[in-house]
Ligand binder design. Structure first.
Ligand code: PLP
Length: 352
């Protein structure tokens, strides 16, 4: 039976990226050695690292003055690294869900936080004003758990904008020049777990007075390529994923497919009498599509979950905070998988 991977992360990767990684684990760049057993300082891996940085720049059209870093520690370490490196006194955090809240919790250790929050996490806060004395403003562009997404590149004038893009990086074009720092865990749209990316604009650094431990210091990583041993295997897979994105129309191509896929599923959620979406329409994520059983059908939740799984649809269980279902429809998920889910939803409706 064909299986369809709707897991929220780690999650589906392009098959060519998986295949190339398997090959490299057997014989990396014709060295006769495995990717798992070669020095990160070898000329062969050096080339992978540099090419991955260059493909980031090319695909996202990153201007001069930024460095792409490949780090460890997950997006969760960035929650602390960002304030450690750039907060002098005060920052503004847009609290749009669990991850945004965790980022804010870390930042509170470094200074005063102004919080912006909507009355519910099923919609995004709108038209907010950020205090002029904020050192930066932090947003989470895609809220993996609640299924909301900020599509616009926000502009707060001279206040640096920092974005956690763990779950929507490379899903659409972004104007990097609007951001001071973009970071994320790579284990959704890019690579296996273990890799963190950070795109850092140099001019936001060097303004704090306290000392920063080397491993947490962006400047150290910028000045010393591979300051320590990086996650070699995920970086290799990331490069292969980036090549696949390029071959499939770049981020514009990804965006087009992501619009089509998400529309297909949201249309079915809105049409089907058994299901209802959890997010206000204008804020619906294209990456994590959340839905629950409609009124009168709640008792069938378990049954639908089991039915979907029996049809090879994996990873659909919603996060415990939202309940119901979450279909993660990252770049590498083909439209056929979304169609398979829609077909199963229709079949389920016909039975009830
Ligand atoms: N931020 C967002 C938006 C996420 O979805 C996640 C994980 O799912 C994280 C941060 C945490 O990432 P990590 O596990 O890499 O620390």
């Amino acid at each position: 039976m064909k299986v369809h991977n709707f897991y929220a992360g780690p999650s589906i990767l392009p098959q060519p990226a998986i295949d190339a990684t398997i090959e490299a684990l057997k014989n990396f760049a014709n060295t006769g050695l495995s990717l798992a057993e070669i020095s990160h300082r070898s000329k062969e891996f050096d080339a992978v690292y540099i090419q991955a940085q260059e493909m980031f720049k090319e695909l996202l059209n990153i201007p001069e003055g930024y460095t792409v870093l490949f780090l460890g520690g997950g997006a969760s370490l960035q929650f602390a690294m960002v304030p450690f490196n750039i907060m002098r006194k005060k920052a503004t955090y847009v609290n749009t869900g669990v991850w945004a809240e965790k980022a804010m919790k870390e930042a509170k250790m470094f200074g005063e936080i102004e919080e912006i929050k909507a009355t519910t996490f099923h919609a995004l806060p709108k038209n907010y004003i950020v205090s002029d004395d904020s050192d930066y403003i932090h947003i989470t562009t895609n809220n993996t758990i609640y299924g909301t997404e900020i599509f616009e590149d926000l502009d707060f004038g001279s206040i640096p904008l920092v974005a956690d893009m763990s779950s929507d990086i490379f899903s659409r074009p972004i104007d990097v020049s609007k951001y001071a720092i973009v970071y994320g865990g790579a284990q959704k749209n890019l690579a296996p777990a273990g890799l963190t990316f950070a795109i850092v604009r140099h001019d936001v650094l060097g303004k704090v007075e306290h000392k920063i431990p080397s491993m947490l210091n962006y400047k150290i990583h910028i000045d010393n390529m591979m300051y320590n041993t990086p996650p070699v295997i995920p970086i290799f897979t990331a490069l292969e994923t980036l090549k696949w994105i390029k071959a499939n129309g770049g981020v514009k191509g990804m965006e087009k497919q992501n619009i089509e896929k998400s529309q297909l599923l949201y249309d079915e959620i809105d049409r089907n009498k058994c299901f209802v979406g959890t997010v206000v329409k204008e804020d619906r994520s294209r990456m994590n599509i959340c839905f629950v059983m409609a009124e009168g059908y709640q008792e069938f939740e378990k049954e639908f979950g089991a039915f979907a799984e029996s049809k090879g649809l994996l990873g659909l269980k919603g996060h415990r905070l939202v309940g119901g279902f979450r279909a993660s429809t990252y770049n590498a998920l083909p439209k056929e998988s979304v169609q398979a889910l829609v077909d199963v939803m229709k079949e389920f409706e016909a039975k009830h």
